[in-house]
Write a protein that binds this ligand. Structure first.
Ligand code: NDP
Length: 280
């Protein structure tokens, strides 16, 4: 029997995860199928339980269900517990495992693929949703000098700061919160982890956040990320979309499910060509 996996979210039609996992499976000789599931906003539990009962082996979870996914797992890895957000579920017979591969995916993309060191850097993380929560622990483990988190609503921001205070201390990183319209200037790395690009809602912060030559990463990719990439370039920064992070976090999820780490370079290159040809 072919093992079944899927990505669940709302919206979900833009997701390139099925493409990525099909390439990983082929390259590593793993027998699996990977689909997309559009989940009603009030239907997360029912859909996940039904999929697992039907023989599904695991799932990626995306916007806006990562916090619910953390609640449905029987066990969380330390990085998922820190994030209180899960993007990878593995349906183990003795209890579902929840993990979060967004942080390591983002850090590998920034450091390895983009060639930008986070150690000692000044980093602005915009957003405090599931993507930001998953990313923050990974970013801190790379030991930046400063991480500012800016978010629209204060409650999520405060919770994120509180949960990560100890990890920031251990990393020697100054961790602080700020409102979107007053979050400082001159950052070496700016990460847009809001859903603003996905919604076509524009750039959530002022251009002064960008140091000259900064790396500006939008977790979104395809056509919706274009305004952010244009904005970065117009203000002297290097824009980078979320495709590299997507492929890197997917590789980590694949290794959690299958015990084998796929090579990400060829898949990222192929996906980049595919997205450039069909951006939306
Ligand atoms: P969530 O719904 O969990 O969080 C959304 C975040 O965006 C919140 O911080 C919210 O602020 C903020 N936000 C929403 N709309 C606006 C707006 N118009 N202006 C400013 N802030 C806004 O989503 P996720 O964190 O899961 O995902 C966010 C984005 O990151 C999505 O586009 C997703 O596709 C992408 N992503 C990509 C990944 C990749 O591998 N490339 C991995 C993870 C995420 P508030 O708290 O005030 O509501």
């Amino acid at each position: 029997m072919t093992d079944r996996y899927a990505v669940l979210g709302n919206p979900i039609e833009h997701s390139r995860s099925p493409f990525i996992h099909a390439r990983f499976a082929r390259a590593t000789g793993q027998d699996l199928e990977y689909g997309r599931l559009l989940c009603p906003l009030d239907g997360f539990d029912a859909l996940v339980r039904g999929y697992a009962a039907d023989g599904g082996r695991g799932m990626n979870v995306t916007v806006p269900f990562k916090f619910e996914a953390a609640r449905i797992a029987a066990r969380l890895t330390p990085r998922a517990a820190l994030a209180q957000a899960v993007n990878t579920l593995r349906f183990d017979a003795d209890g579902w495992l929840g993990d979060n591969t967004d942080g390591i995916g983002l850090v590998r993309d920034i450091e390895r693929n983009a060639g930008v060191a986070l150690a000692g850097a000044r980093v602005l993380l915009v957003g405090a949703g599931g993507g930001a929560a998953g990313a923050l622990g990974g970013v801190l483990s790379a030991r930046p000098a400063l991480v500012t988190i800016a978010n629209r609503s204060v409650d999520k921001l405060d919770a994120l700061l509180e949960r990560h205070a100890q990890a920031a201390g251990a990393a020697g990183t100054r961790l602080q919160g700020a409102p979107l319209d007053d979050c400082g200037s001159g950052y070496d790395v700016v990460v847009n982890a809001t859903a603003a690009s996905l919604q076509g809602a524009g750039i959530p912060v002022a251009a002064e956040v960008l140091a000259r030559g900064a790396l500006a990463v939008d977790m979104m990719y395809g056509a919706p990320a274009r305004p952010f990439l244009d904005w970065a370039r117009e203000h002297g920064a290097t824009g980078r979309d979320g495709l590299g992070m997507l492929v890197e976090q997917a590789a980590e999820a694949f290794s959690i499910w299958r015990g084998v780490m796929p090579d990400t370079g060829p898949v990222l290159a192929e996906l980049r060509r595919e997205v450039d040809a069909k951006p939306s």
